[in-house]
Design a protein around this ligand. Structure first.
Ligand code: ASP
Ligand code: MG
Length: 496
């Protein structure tokens, strides 16, 4: 069955599922139910129509550095027109912009308006220069400068309003709003047919700040059906509406997450994440000299790597693609023909594929002789972390002690105080988790021996083995991280 047919039948299955839901609704008839029935009929119709016109479609996401210079933005225009596929292009803010906006917002929050004003001016100047370098057509230059004037005027007006969290989100949204608008003007100059799809028209969060994939699906389908002859859509990564209807965002680095959500929502053939490196590498290139790109990873392996330190992909961006089974490709704008990394359901091969490290880890050991032969001890310990919404990454136990690690120590004092009710508490800060990731590695012979041979002179504080078949994690002092990653590069991959 062709991919288009598969898309079609998947959408149809979805529509059938919705229809079953509709049937149940009709049985439990009520005025509220009627409204929901009408909405469901409309949603089914949209999904059905969309499945009919849904030809090959992909998502292409470009990060800050890929659009950060006029020349790079021009390359992006070439990449998105290199094939005939219908596509949604997701852009980040120009590199440096979100950082600058965070700084401006912090200054406003601290009441330092004159410094904030200065920063706004500096940022504004870089954008005027950007437009002059990007465009040739006088009319389009004027149009782009009008857009800059509007957005920077907005920032200047904000200086006069009292600060709030909602205002902070509005400030942070300016980067993606600007990058997409400027890119669309460049496409216009190049006479490349396209349409700007404002993310704020279809991206939504529920009241737990989780993306509402069902709603995103219906809204996007409506928009794509409405513009059925448009080949290229441009939209903003990162920004969204929240449950209160305000502008919000998917947290720093969140445009990968946007791309994956969009790809899942439209049942895309592929979600391409374009950055400035040729895929995920087997080790951290900032620490070791020789690394190589990984050809293929399973979603599980990619999730472990993204979570445990590989900066190339936002960890949250794995689940939507995995859940809706959309392959993800990590590609390089500087070297578009490089293979990059393909992430699918299949792992491709077995054995160790990569190591990654995550810093700023705090280890907490709770030692109690009362734990001996007692049940319910771990529950009490976990409840303390739950109370302070602090998630645990690694855990090891002995008969009289349990050690856990956290990467967020905002509530460390409160947590320590409460844990002291159960035993002696020891804290080690400034640790790193080094994760060894691969397919079935716990069943691959020799991995453990090679691993411990390689790091025989590193003081390992914790080891986690067997939690999943694709991960072995070590906790070490941060000061030993570089040595460990280099030793593993030689010991596990034979690279110097
Ligand atoms: N511009 C946002 C950031 O810098 C989102 C992103 O680039 O993914 O965090
Ligand atoms: Mg990014």
């Amino acid at each position: 069955m062709s991919k288009a047919c598969q898309n079609y039948s998947a959408s149809l299955r979805q529509a059938q599922a919705d229809r079953r839901y509709l049937h149940i609704e009709l049985i439990g008839f009520s005025p509220n139910g009627l409204i929901r029935v009408i909405r469901a009929i409309r949603a089914i119709r949209v999904l059905y129509l969309h499945s009919k016109i849904n030809r090959k479609m992909k998502v292409m996401k470009f990060g800050g550095t890929s659009v950060g210079k006029p020349q790079r933005m021009k390359e992006v225009a070439k990449l998105i027109t290199a094939d005939e596929d219908r596509k949604i292009v997701v852009l980040s803010a120009l590199s440096g912009t979100t950082n600058a906006l965070v700084e401006i917002s912090n200054l406003i929050a601290a009441g330092d308006r004159s410094e904030a004003k200065q920063k706004i001016w500096e940022l504004e100047a870089t954008y005027y220069q950007f437009v002059d370098d990007l465009l040739n057509d006088e009319l389009l230059i004027a149009e782009a400068k009008k857009i800059l004037a509007e957005h920077f005027e907005f920032l200047t007006i904000i200086l006069k309003i009292s600060f709030s969290e909602a205002l902070n989100k509005d400030i942070l949204a300016q980067g993606e709003l600007l990058s997409t608008k400027l890119f669309c003007i460049y496409l216009e100059e190049q006479q490349i047919p396209h349409k700007l799809l404002p993310a704020l028209d279809f991206m939504t969060l529920d009241n737990q700040d989780e993306p509402q994939i069902g709603t995103i699906k219906v809204k996007l389908s409506q928009l794509l059906t409405k513009h059925k002859d448009t080949p290229i859509f441009i939209t903003q990564g990162y920004i969204t509406k929240n449950a209160k209807g305000e502008v919000d965002n998917l947290k720093r680095g969140g445009s990968d997450f946007s791309a994956s959500l969009i790809a899942a929502a439209i049942n895309a053939d592929v979600c391409e994440i374009w950055t400035d490196i040729d895929g995920m590498h087997n080790n951290d290139p900032r620490v070791v000299k020789t690394t190589r790109p990984i050809e293929q990873l399973s979603f599980e392996e990619a999730a472990e790597l993204a979570y445990f330190g590989a900066k190339i992909l936002h960890p949250a961006s794995i689940w939507p693609a995995q859940f809706y089974n959309v392959p993800v490709k990590l590609l390089n704008t500087m070297e578009p023909s490089a293979k990059g990394t393909l992430i699918t359901e299949q792992a491709g091969s077995t054995g160790v594929k990569a190591v990654a490290a995550k810093d700023n880890i705090t280890a907490i050991k709770i030692k109690s002789s009362r734990m001996l032969l007692a049940y319910g001890f771990l529950r009490k310990v976990f409840e303390v972390f739950e109370k302070y919404k602090t998630s645990i990454d690694m855990i090891t136990t002995s008969e009289v002690a349990v050690s856990v690690t956290i990467d967020n120590d905002i509530f460390l004092n409160e947590i320590t105080r409460e844990l002291e009710a159960y035993g002696t508490v020891e804290i080690d800060t400034n640790q790193s988790i080094v994760s060894i990731v691969g397919n079935e590695i716990t069943e691959t012979k020799e991995v453990m021996r090679k691993l411990f041979d390689a790091i025989h002179d590193v003081p390992v504080r914790m080891v986690s083995y067997g939690g999943s078949r694709h991960n072995i994690s070590l906790l070490i002092p941060r000061s030993f991280k570089d040595q460990t990653l280099n030793a593993l590069n030689t010991g596990l991959f034979g690279l110097e």
